[in-house]
Design a protein. Structure first.
Length: 286
């Protein structure tokens, strides 16, 4: 992996930071994407000290904003002629109904629309690698009755943070499968993974109260959760694998709805509209 450029969103803490640490030790050039400049710089300095790797860059972007995602992509395009790996890690669970500046429910905006838009904007850099990889953080928690329109028509009165999270992560799976087919002749692979249940204060707050005291016992720490995204980003064993979902370093099946090609296409077309993209400049039809 030495000399390969890896961009990781949500990289100042948790799985993102732990994944960056693993890949930095392998000699990768790491591009940390963080929302908070101070926390991002602290993470960068920690990696510089611990990984014996001076190629640690920091870019600042609030991925809930499509405008900032576009500015981020412009910076990447100007600074890096190619991108070997894009790890779409940034995400979150929001206990209260929130809408971003673009008018979308925050969980869907951060967990799905952000990686959708960023991936498309960086496709030229990924293709330039000759062996680009997109690694999407998904989940075993799925909305098994997923409908694209339901994702953007949530209201405060019917909002459930956990349901919104399931919906967004199901959309990530469908994007993974659909894009992998569309990019099959491009040299870019697209895979998704479940890192395990990671113990964080945010996850604890969202869990049922009766589970909170024991969550730490059956959850992974960020270092354990980072092994799988690092594996998909770097291992030769999966260099030609695409359109798969991984759990515990094994390929697993997801819900039937996630493989529904008509619904995948419907979601994809609507996602292009929701993010203001045109299809033809970004993906060549097979």
């Amino acid at each position: 992996m030495e000399g390969r450029t890896v961009l990781i969103t949500g990289a100042n803490s948790g799985i993102g930071f732990a994944t960056a640490a693993i890949l930095a030790r392998q000699g990768c050039r790491i591009v940390l994407v963080c929302r908070n400049k101070q926390k991002g710089e602290e993470a960068r300095q920690e990696l510089l000290a611990a990984a014996d790797n001076k190629d640690i860059d920091l870019l600042i972007a609030d991925l809930s904003s499509q405008q900032e995602i576009r500015k981020l992509a412009e910076q990447v395009q100007k600074r890096y002629s190619k991108l070997d790996v894009l790890i779409n890690n940034a995400g979150g669970v929001f206990g209260q109904y929130q809408v971003n500046n673009d008018g979308f429910e925050m969980t869907f905006a951060v967990n799905y629309l952000a990686p959708f838009l960023l991936t498309h904007l960086l496709l030229d850099q990924l293709k330039a690698s000759g062996s680009g990889r997109v690694v999407n953080i998904a989940s075993v928690m799925e909305d098994k009755e997923f409908e694209p329109d339901n994702a953007v028509n949530q209201t405060a009165s019917d909002y459930s943070g956990m349901q919104a999270y399931k919906t967004a992560k199901t959309a990530v799976l469908m994007m993974t499968y659909y894009l992998s087919e569309r990019l099959s002749n491009s040299g870019v692979t697209v895979n998704a993974l479940h890192p395990g249940f990671i113990y964080t204060p945010q996850a604890t707050r969202m869990a049922p109260k009766f589970l909170r005291p024991v969550m730490k016992l059956f959850s992974k720490n960020p270092e354990q959760g980072a092994t799988l995204p690092a594996y998909l980003a770097s291992s030769n064993e999966v260099k030609d694998v695409t359109g798969k979902f991984f759990k515990d370093n094994k390929i697993e099946q997801t819900s039937p709805v996630s493989y529904n090609e008509e619904r995948q296409k419907d979601l994809y077309i609507k996602s292009l509209q929701w993010t203001g993209l045109e299809e033809s400049p970004f993906i060549e039809s097979n």
